[in-house]
Design a protein around this ligand. Structure first.
Ligand SMILES: Nc1ncnc2c1ncn2[C@@H]1O[C@H](COP(=O)(O)OP(=O)(O)O)[C@@H](O)[C@H]1O
Ligand SMILES: [Mg+2]
Length: 152
């Protein structure tokens, strides 16, 4: 587990860019934390780090379930905030995204319950103050352990 703090949105985005350097096609990132914790902010940094052009990036995709981007690999930014059941996930093409070519970033990933794969990088964000966020990164699977080691 890696535990750190950021002091600004810019710092959270920079962390996303840094994590993205070690990601590859097919990787899965779960973002967990209350509204305003910084999940989308971190996702934006990840997207930029994966080569998505800043002018293509949509800051808040909460109104859609999935937004697809082209970077050095495809990126599927999934937001489960509005999901009501795991059945809905299946009709969204969940498996195709999860086991597809792109990197998946999943906000509110805990809502996927048992439909989460066994290997992924879990990132929990917690609000400590108006600009302070605690960020805990936990690797499930060897590949993600290696991603975390390169962050240290
Ligand atoms: N250290 C920080 N990291 C990320 N966001 C921060 C930070 N400090 C303040 N913020 C603010 O908190 C909000 C986070 O929003 P957002 O990323 O959309 O959260 P979420 O997707 O978790 O609901 C933004 O308004 C952002 O400017
Ligand atoms: Mg969000």
């Amino acid at each position: 587990m890696v535990k750190l703090e950021t002091q600004s949105p810019a710092e959270t985005k920079a962390l996303g860019r840094k994590i993205a350097r070690n990601l590859k096609s097919g990787d899965i990132i779960a973002l967990i934390g209350e509204l305003g914790a910084g999940k989308t902010c971190l996702a934006q940094g990840l997207a930029l780090g994966l080569g998505v052009s800043p002018k293509d990036y949509v800051a808040s995709p909460s109104f859609v379930l999935v937004k697809e981007y082209g970077g050095r690999t495809p990126l599927y930014h999934i937001d489960l905030f509005r999901i009501n059941s795991t059945e809905e996930l299946e009709s969204l093409g969940w498996e195709e995204y999860l086991y597809g070519e792109g990197v998946c970033i999943i906000e509110w990933a805990e809502r996927a319950g048992k439909l989460m794969p066994s290997e992924y990088l879990r990132i929990e964000l917690e609000i400590l103050g108006s600009r302070r966020r605690r960020i805990r990164l936990k690797a499930f699977g060897r590949h993600y352990q290696a991603v975390l080691r390169k962050l240290r």
